[in-house]
Design a protein around this ligand. Structure first.
Ligand SMILES: CC(=O)CC(=O)SCCNC(=O)CCNC(=O)[C@H](O)C(C)(C)COP(=O)(O)OP(=O)(O)OC[C@H]1O[C@@H](n2cnc3c(N)ncnc32)[C@H](O)[C@@H]1OP(=O)(O)O
Ligand SMILES: NC(=O)C1=CN([C@@H]2O[C@H](COP(=O)(O)OP(=O)(O)OC[C@H]3O[C@@H](n4cnc5c(N)ncnc54)[C@H](O)[C@@H]3O)[C@@H](O)[C@H]2O)C=CC1
Length: 309
């Protein structure tokens, strides 16, 4: 028994060491999720480089992070010097760039949070694979794409996994840590350890559609749209019903607007393509039209609801 305790202690120590070895974090994508992941990594003392192809997106992200860190600081320290110190210290850990290749040169971990498109994700990781150091762990924040399909663009399958955060990242405590068969134990332990260093509660996931939360949440959200498409209730009443009847903080339509209708469409289109006979993965004409009209939810000012001031 002592031998196995020794092994357990050693593997825990190894994973803690590997997680502690994750100091330099590069986040690719500075949208809703990338900016949140970069913010929390900076708040928890990591050296963070946040990257985007779109310089305007980087600028917007810096503003979003500044406002969000102010809310976190106020919640933690109230007003005054400690809050200001927390904000300044957090922001001092954050750099931005539009050069993804240069940004991974000394990365211990790369977290990708770009558009939910397999081709674009694979192109990015293939490019980074040749630029990042051999020890660097690659992880995707994808909502729905199989990690294995993304990882096959690289030569580091043993150092590849999924780190699936939840929106808004500074608030939602959960982190889904996904492994593919080739993910080494050391990599997996390091990813879980880093999640804890980020202040998250981690759950272990296999590389299955939607991992845990989205496999349950996305079909629920699309069933809500189908209920409205059948004329059985209004979006507002469905949201009220789920908040007051099921205790959800947001109803499904508010949540889809919050997540982004484009992201919702990317997810369901991917699953429908892979599982064409699965009823609950069927796309929604109502959502298709909104996305086609550029109504992407909060991020575009209008989705199921209007957010124009
Ligand atoms: C699609 C995927 O792949 C996976 C996903 O992410 S699925 C989506 C998962 N996310 C959810 O389900 C979110 C559900 N909604 C909620 O939890 C809440 O509505 C919410 C946290 C977003 C907002 O909470 P709320 O009570 O309605 O409003 P609000 O008062 O603004 O915020 C509550 C607290 O969170 C904090 N907060 C909210 N948004 C924040 C942000 N962006 N940054 C920092 N703090 C924030 C606020 O400081 C606030 O705390 P105080 O009131 O003490 O200051
Ligand atoms: N929106 C949500 O609630 C959640 C989304 N996710 C996942 O996170 C990822 C990002 O989603 P969002 O942040 O919502 O998207 P978003 O649209 O807000 O941000 C995506 C960002 O990626 C940038 N980008 C696109 N291609 C790029 C490239 N090749 N190199 C660098 N930057 C590039 C875009 O300019 C944009 O700023 C997606 O995979 C999504 O499925 C995961 C959890 C929750």
């Amino acid at each position: 028994m002592a031998f196995f305790n020794h092994l357990a202690r050693r593997s825990f120590a190894q994973s803690a060491a590997m997680a502690n070895a994750i100091k330099n974090v590069t986040v690719i994508g500075s949208g809703l999720m990338g900016s949140g992941i970069a913010q929390v990594a900076a708040q928890t003392g990591h050296n963070v480089t946040m990257v985007d192809i779109d310089p305007v997106a980087v600028e917007k992200a810096q503003k979003r992070i500044g406002a969000s860190i102010a809310r976190v600081a106020k919640k933690k320290f109230g007003e005054g010097d400690d809050a200001a110190k927390f904000m300044n210290e957090s922001m001092s850990h954050l750099k931005t760039s539009t050069d993804a290749v240069a940004s991974v040169e000394s990365a211990d971990l790369v977290v990708e949070a770009i558009v939910e498109n397999l081709k674009v994700k694979k192109e990015l990781f293939s490019k980074l694979d040749g630029a990042a150091p051999a020890h660097t762990i690659f992880a995707s924040n994808t909502s729905s794409i199989p990690i294995a399909k993304i990882a096959e663009a690289t030569s580091r399958l043993d150092r590849f996994g999924g780190l699936h955060f939840f929106n808004p990242v500074p608030v939602m405590k959960l982190l889904e840590v996904v492994r593919i068969p080739e993910t080494s134990d050391g990599t997996y332990e390091a990813m879980k350890g880093w999640g804890k260093a980020m202040g998250k509660v981690t759950v272990e996931c296999k590389d299955t559609p939607g991992f845990i939360v989205n496999r349950l949440l996305v079909p629920y959200m699309f069933e809500a749209v189908r209920l409205v498409e059948r004329g059985e209730a209004s979006p507002r009443d469905v949201d009220t019903a789920m908040k007051l009847g099921a205790g959800h903080p947001m109803g499904p339509f508010e949540l889809m607007d919050y997540v982004g209708l484009d992201t919702g469409k990317f997810i369901i289109d991917g699953w429908h393509a892979d599982y064409p006979d699965e009823e609950i993965f069927k796309p929604s004409p109502m959502l298709e039209k909104l996305v086609a009209d550029g109504k992407l939810g909060v991020k575009s000012g209008e989705g199921f609801y209007s957010y124009k001031k």
